[in-house]
Design a protein around this ligand. Structure first.
Ligand SMILES: Cc1cc2nc3c(=O)[nH]c(=O)nc-3n(C[C@H](O)[C@H](O)[C@H](O)COP(=O)(O)OP(=O)(O)OC[C@H]3O[C@@H](n4cnc5c(N)ncnc54)[C@H](O)[C@@H]3O)c2cc1C
Length: 400
């Protein structure tokens, strides 16, 4: 594992840092810093800026319009990206279905979909999970029956993030029954404006409704919107999940949140004449989490080293997913401990200040901690729950 970066890589890092600092709109930066919800328009505006610079599809090879960066360059970009309160990238198009299409799609699909994903023109969502088919995804039941040159799709998807904003959905559907449940699954690209698609929001604990139920009633999907071979969708779906799990580890963003929290805890009174940061339990939790972040960063670099040598993600991606999401959740728990009762109300006006000169800013940050805490419960569930990742590790590493 290489720990130092070359002078050229350091120059690249500065270039990225300067670009992000000068191009991230102040209103969007502020929303991210305060943990506020972003609207569709915020995501699109920011991703347009990245796309115009050619830094939106950072994992794509040059052949398809990406920057063709090495794993180390991607790593450096993501470090700077997370450090600067940039909005989380909407992954479904650019980092999920995009690589599936340029790896397994037909030439016509590549021409039709890739330029639009690259230019941030379409919003995609992921239609995998169903009621009764989450961890056990292969038991999915949504059916697609071929009639002439179209599939007729019937079934229900659930937990579909941002389906209410999406133009397209990539979905796993059942086109046949095989000996094993993984057989007979196909990968379809579904236009969300098709007749028969109904999106119903699910309200979550944090007060938002970023996830949805999607009902598919006799939805017609042209056969040329099936990626790859009929019945081979399971392998494309798995390919995509490895990309997803790496992104989910979210270490740069966690590091920024932890640093911001520490800064505020250093200034905040504990109500007894001391500082929050000096409360022994809080101080030791900061130290512990900072150590864990550093350790995970080393694992991430090990992972990048493997990719750089042409290896495949393998079991390391499960480790990154488990540890990254556990640390992220622990940071949100520490935030609740630091802000105490101030983190409970969602309404900033209800908060009384105990933060000296940063009172207003800390109060706004504290107000977002409750929703953030609730929202981050999801990260150990989605993208393959952490229990399922442990099962994978048990099989692949321990041979159980
Ligand atoms: C906020 C959020 C957003 C999501 N977005 C999307 C999306 O955009 N698209 C999409 O397709 N899906 C999405 N999901 C769905 C997500 O992938 C599933 O929730 C996840 O796969 C778990 O499935 P489940 O909810 O059906 O839980 P279940 O599979 O029923 O699991 C329930 C519990 O049992 C445990 N468990 C299950 N099987 C095992 C086992 N074999 N060994 C040990 N423990 C086990 C699980 O870890 C979990 O704790 C999202 C989920 C959330 C929470």
């Amino acid at each position: 594992m290489r720990l130092a970066f070359t002078p050229e890589e350091e120059r690249f890092r500065i270039e990225v840092r300067d670009f992000l600092a000068s191009h991230l709109p102040a209103d969007i930066r502020r929303k991210v810093e305060l943990g506020q919800y972003l609207e569709r328009v915020d995501h699109v505006r920011w991703q347009d800026i990245l796309a115009a610079r050619g830094w939106y599809a950072i994992a794509w090879p040059r052949q398809w319009g990406g920057p063709g960066w090495s794993p180390i360059e991607r790593y450096l970009f993501q470090q700077e990206y997370g450090a600067q309160a940039c909005p989380p990238l909407v992954q479904f198009g650019v980092n999920m279905v995009g690589p599936v299409i340029y790896t397994h799609g037909s030439d016509a699909q590549k021409q039709r979909f890739l330029p639009r994903i690259l230019a941030n023109r379409d919003w995609w969502c992921q239609g995998y999970s169903e009621p009764g088919a989450g961890s056990d995804l292969a038991s999915l039941k949504t059916s697609a029956t071929l009639k002439g040159d179209r599939y007729v799709v019937n079934g229900q998807k659930i937990w579909t993030t941002w389906a209410h904003w999406a133009d397209w959905m990539f979905a796993l559907v059942r086109t046949a029954r095989g000996e094993r449940p993984q057989q007979g699954i196909s990968f379809l690209l579904i236009d969300m404006r098709s007749p028969g698609v109904t999106v119903r929001p699910i309200r979550t604990f944090d007060g938002d409704s970023e996830v949805n139920e999607v009902f598919l009633d006799n939805v017609e999907v042209p056969v040329d919107q099936r990626v790859g071979d009929e019945g081979a969708g399971w392998s494309y779906g798995k390919f995509l999940l490895e990309h997803e799990r790496f992104v989910i580890s979210g270490l740069p963003r966690t590091r920024r949140l932890l640093a911001r929290l520490k800064e505020l805890a250093t200034r905040m009174s504990d109500g007894l004449g001391g500082r929050v940061i000096d409360v022994p339990d809080i101080a030791s939790r900061f130290a512990d989490l900072e150590t864990q972040v550093t350790a995970l960063d080393c694992t991430e670099r090990r992972y990048l080293g493997t990719l750089g040598e042409g290896g495949t993600p393998g079991h390391l991606v499960s480790i990154l997913k488990i540890r990254g999401t556990e640390i992220e959740q622990a940071v949100s728990e520490l935030a609740m401990a630091c802000f105490g009762t101030q983190a409970i109300p969602f309404d900033v006006d209800l908060l009384s200040g105990r933060c000296g000169e940063d009172e207003a800013l800390a109060a706004e940050f504290a107000a977002a901690c409750g929703p953030l805490y609730f929202n981050l419960r999801k990260v150990s569930i989605w993208g393959g729950s952490n229990e399922i990742q442990r099962n994978i590790l048990a099989r692949q590493v321990l041979g159980l």
